[in-house]
Design a protein around this ligand. Structure first.
Ligand SMILES: Nc1ncnc2c1ncn2[C@@H]1O[C@H](COP(=O)(O)OP(=O)(O)OP(=O)(O)O)[C@@H](O)[C@H]1O
Ligand SMILES: [Mg+2]
Length: 228
């Protein structure tokens, strides 16, 4: 695994460049030396190895990042700024286009920036599996965790076979995050116009209002790897 200190400093510099380019003040963030490197390391360790070096460079993702950073504010005077409210981002594209890569790249830029970020990441299918009622499974606690966490990656929305139960769970999740205006990075293989069919009108309507859009070239990067 990469040395978290070097990754942290490099990523912070790239966020600083973004902030300067957008006329924002990077000094508003704590210097990397002052930032708790253990926090960065813990965040990196939770990211799947495939995406641990991911960089967000899609223009819509960089814009989203800038907006979430701009809305970060300290809970108490003198504390690090933390993610509060912000737009969500809907990343739509074919399989292998790089959506999950951009989602984790954005998350890494946030966690390395000196902003305090509590986050969770799940595929929609894993979440539905976790929420299936079974003995000893506190599904309300699991749902509360993902509805309230400040930043959520919700990967592969619309990929699971739909049912009334899936629609209802998706509605409860999206509606809570919509009401709380919590930044959610959503990826989907569905064309944006097909979301209503796949997820129901109540979910699609909320997504239309709460999300910015990132579209991807229809290229499967898994099948078009540059020759080694
Ligand atoms: N900008 C990038 N630079 C380098 N590698 C990338 C980039 N974007 C994606 N990749 C790599 O391409 C592969 C596919 O990317 P990713 O998993 O993000 O696709 P996806 O759009 O989420 O696909 P799916 O819809 O099937 O989940 C991965 O190995 C990923 O690491
Ligand atoms: Mg993916």
């Amino acid at each position: 695994m990469a040395d978290p200190q070097r990754v942290g400093a490099g990523a912070l510099r790239s966020v600083e460049r973004i902030l300067r380019a957008r006329g924002m003040n990077p000094q508003a963030l704590p210097a990397v030396d002052d930032f708790d490197e253990r926090t960065i390391r813990r965040a990196d360790e939770r990211i799947p190895p495939r995406y641990r070096e991911a960089r967000a460079d899609h223009p819509a993702v960089v814009k989203w990042l800038r907006e979430v950073v701009a809305q970060a504010a300290p809970a108490n005077p003198g504390a690090s700024p933390q993610v509060t409210t912000g737009p969500s981002l809907l990343m739509a594209g074919v399989t292998g286009a790089g959506k999950t890569h951009q989602a984790y790249g954005a998350l890494r830029a946030l966690t390395h920036s000196g902003i305090a970020v509590r986050w969770e990441a799940t595929t929609a299918a894993d979440l539905y599996a976790d929420l299936r009622p079974r003995t000893g499974n506190d599904t309300e606690r699991i749902l509360t965790r993902v509805t309230r966490v400040p930043v959520l990656i919700l990967d592969d929305l619309g990929a699971a076979r739909t049912s009334e139960w899936v629609e209802e769970i998706t509605y409860r999740l999206i509606n809570q995050r919509y009401n709380r205006m919590l930044p959610t990075l959503i990826t989907t293989n569905l064309a944006i116009g097909d979301l209503r069919v796949g997820l129901g009108d109540r979910v699609a309507s909320r997504l239309a209002e709460m999300t910015e859009r990132a579209t991807f070239e229809p290229v499967d990067r898994r099948r078009h790897c540059p020759a080694a």
